[in-house]
Design a protein around this ligand. Sequence first.
Ligand code: SF4
Length: 330
Amino acid sequence: MTLTINDVKNIIMMPDDEFLKTVMPEAGKKREAVFGKKLKVKSMAAYSNICKNNCLYCGMRSMNRSIKRYRISPDDVIALALDGLDKGFNRIFLISGEDMGYGFDNIVKIVSALGSRGMQISLALGEFTKAQYKELKDAGADEYVMKFEMSDPESFNRLNPSTDFRKRMDAIYAIKDTGMKLASGNIIDWPGQTDEELANDIMLMKELDISWAPVIPYLPALNTPLAEEGKRGSLLRLYKEIAALRLLMPEVDITAQQPGKDLRKGLSDPEGNLAAINAGANVLFFDIIPDPYIDSFRVVDNRNVKGPEHIYRICEESGFIMDTGREDLK
Ligand code: SF4
């Protein structure tokens, strides 16, 4: 059954009790029908928190002078990822701010080194040219994360003043044109987001035929303009979006690395992760960069995803199995 935009709106506006009793279990069953008890696991290397941009919701925006900036050298990034590979983690998610000083050749060097070892590589490094996306694909990148964040152009342009909606969508289509898988998605329940906008976001993910929905509820970050405008996004709206996505695109990957009620426990809170899994999500990841960098990678505050321990715990306590991509090793 394909959901229409009206079906998606109905899910978003459904009374919470009804959603929890009907749509959420249906989406959970759909996840199980597609993935069984497997949870897709990625190691994540956030190699630079330097960013030229000033997104109004992001703790790493260039105008936030309160965080300590860092870069990890290409050789160190390669060594960290290969150490993860030795431990069985074949999927790597490389992420950074839009750090123009890191050097595109250095990024290609990392991707080539990891690609030649058969690793599955997802990148979230910001906007580049179409030729650069192609070079990354040719070097071995499988998937590129380019979030549209909000599908309403006016909202996007206000909250992302360093770029604009047209440019972002051009980047998204340029990535698709290279043949890399496109991961994309939105921020859920940012201050002022309407039901209509949320439904349109979900439908845009379907239209783009994404491979992975790296979605997250809005979490106010310290020293950011949007934090002045409202509080954290609702967990129920997060679950409604995850469930709608799972019913709309049964095979899509959806981030389960979600906060629970207590934000101090961060994104590796098993309560939050399990609730997202029950709503239909299937992807978990963990940081492999060392202290003291980890705490400075703060798109949101308190990410707290050091190491895979929370994933081991979820698997042990709830009967899930880690799918680390190891079977795909060449
Ligand atoms: S969301 Fe990304 S591009 Fe925007 S300020 Fe943060 S790190 Fe930079």
